[in-house]
Design a protein around this ligand. Structure first.
Ligand SMILES: Cc1cc2nc3c(=O)[nH]c(=O)nc-3n(C[C@H](O)[C@H](O)[C@H](O)COP(=O)(O)OP(=O)(O)OC[C@H]3O[C@@H](n4cnc5c(N)ncnc54)[C@H](O)[C@@H]3O)c2cc1C
Length: 442
């Protein structure tokens, strides 16, 4: 049965997240954006209120919430500040490889501690030389007795300057592409780990982003999340489960831009009337709402598929690239509704515009999502229509007047349908020879 209604528990969770977003995130977001700093106290409050680590399975002491619950909460946080929403959700991104790992020991070792105490865990595949091409990882993992020795640099690491742990992807052999990739849980206070300066960014400045260098860092084999050869799949499985949440960031940010635009349009006057009375403004608002609703539906579908145990990869990619591009359009249109005031720092739109621009980049660029979806369409996608060369397009005869013994041929080149015992010597339309005709009936 298809049902878009939330359960009472889900609605309550969304409402609590909404209250938290409005009471705690919204009042501080612009200040910390200006400072280019992450307010750690907000991340701690989110932890205290039970908004983080929600997907840890019950058997490790977690709530075992689904991705849909994460999407509901994240939309609310992002509506107040996409940067803080990114940093709040980052624990789920960092923990996903741990939750998905086959290594039961490492889960027992870390998950209860992350639940019991305010601990941050970040995620690292990207490096200074690559982001999209995860098979191009250079960070080296050298087996040495009971340990691996890590050397290399991870870059663009969200919360890296604040975190206690990182799920880090490395390779035993950079030349072996996917085959060499492995993953580890590394404690960031281990010897040889250096955290770089916060990277100054255009937007999402409330979210800490750094490089992390590993110099001869000894990682015990018990901390392996994925052995060599299994790390690439683990990274892709992680993204399939976290990409719908980028859709939730986009939905929340776009929703706010739309709501602020409605408010502004109802008050601002031009040419003796409220600007809400101009159809040009009304159409912008209508399209904003259309994009917000569509983004939410796609996001929920991706999350729902994951929660049903289905492979959410394709829907997650569609949700990610649709919603992140729609959010950019919505916020950009909102700036046009606000016009001059939209371009100032005294109104919320310019920050939203800077913040949502990132959504098309991290967790796989829009181009990468299109590659994934196109690969599916040209590979495993099962069409419902017959192949073009089999189409019974009866233009010259009515189908119900056809003799059941009537022989029908179709030109594979131009599509002409010929009736007769034999295919014609050449097609009367495109002049291709008899061999280009396919027998399609009787
Ligand atoms: C603020 C921020 C936070 C981030 N947080 C994290 C994090 O916590 N952990 C983490 O691991 N990473 C993180 N990232 C990294 C992010 O995932 C990468 O930036 C992203 O995957 C793109 O990689 P890149 O920047 O190296 O671009 P590149 O891979 O160098 O791509 C450059 C351009 O080429 C295009 N391109 C690349 N390959 C193809 C292709 N085959 N076909 C067509 N076009 C292609 C891309 O779409 C892009 O337009 C973060 C990034 C930012 C900016």
């Amino acid at each position: 049965m298809l049902d878009f209604r939330l359960t009472p528990e889900q609605a309550e969770l969304r409402d609590k997240a909404r209250q938290f977003a409005v009471a705690e995130i919204l009042p501080v977001a612009w200040h910390y954006d200006q400072l280019d700093e992450t307010p750690l106290q907000i991340l701690r409050k989110a932890y205290d209120k039970g908004f983080t680590n929600t997907d840890v399975p019950a058997k490790y002491g977690g709530k075992g919430y689904g991705l849909l619950e994460a999407a509901l909460m994240t939309e609310e946080f992002a509506a107040a500040c996409p940067g803080l929403a990114t940093s709040i959700f980052d624990n789920s991104l960092g923990m996903e490889p741990l939750i998905l790992s086959d290594n039961e020991g490492v889960k027992q070792k870390y998950l209860p501690g992350i639940l019991d105490d305010f601990k941050l865990i970040c995620f690292g595949t990207s490096e200074p030389t690559m982001g999209s091409d995860v098979s191009g990882i250079r960070c080296n993992a050298e087996p040495d007795g009971e340990d691996y020795v890590l050397n290399g640099t991870k870059y663009w690491i969200t919360n890296g300057g604040l975190a206690d742990y990182i799920s880090v992807f490395a390779t035993v052999d950079p030349k072996s592409s996917h085959e060499g990739i492995c993953a580890f849980l590394v404690e960031l206070n281990w010897e040889g780990v250096t955290v770089g300066r916060p990277i100054p960014k255009m937007g999402q400045r409330c979210s800490n982003t750094v490089g992390i260098n590993f110099k001869n860092v000894r990682v015990p084999k018990e901390n392996v999340l994925a052995p060599p050869g299994k790390g690439f799949v683990l990274a892709m499985q992680t993204f399939s489960r976290t990409r719908p949440i980028i859709g939730a960031f986009a939905t929340g940010a776009a929703r706010s831009a739309m709501e602020f635009s409605i408010d502004y349009a109802k008050k601002r006057r031009a040419f003796g009337m409220k600007i809400k009375d101009f159809q040009a403004i009304q159409f912008k608002l209508a399209e904003m709402y259309q994009k917000v609703e569509t983004s939410r539906m796609l996001t929920w579908k991706g999350a729902w598929e994951a929660d049903q145990g289905q492979d959410p990869t394709i829907t997650a990619s569609i949700a990610k690239f649709y919603a992140s591009e729609a959010a950019l359009e919505v916020v950009n249109d909102a700036l046009q509704v606000f016009a001059g005031y939209g371009y100032t720092k005294m109104f919320p739109i310019e920050k939203l515009l800077r913040d949502v621009r990132l959504l098309r980049i991290y967790e796989g660029t829009s181009e990468v999502q299109r590659m994934i979806v196109a690969g599916h369409l040209l590979g495993n996608y099962q069409p419902t229509m017959p192949a073009l060369e089999d189409l019974p397009l009866h233009i010259e005869q009515e189908p119900d007047q056809l003799d059941s013994n009537q022989t029908v041929w179709r030109c594979r080149m131009c599509g002409y349908v010929h009736y007769g015992e034999e295919a014609p010597e050449e097609c009367p339309y495109c002049f291709f020879p008899k061999a280009s005709f396919k027998h399609i009936g009787a």
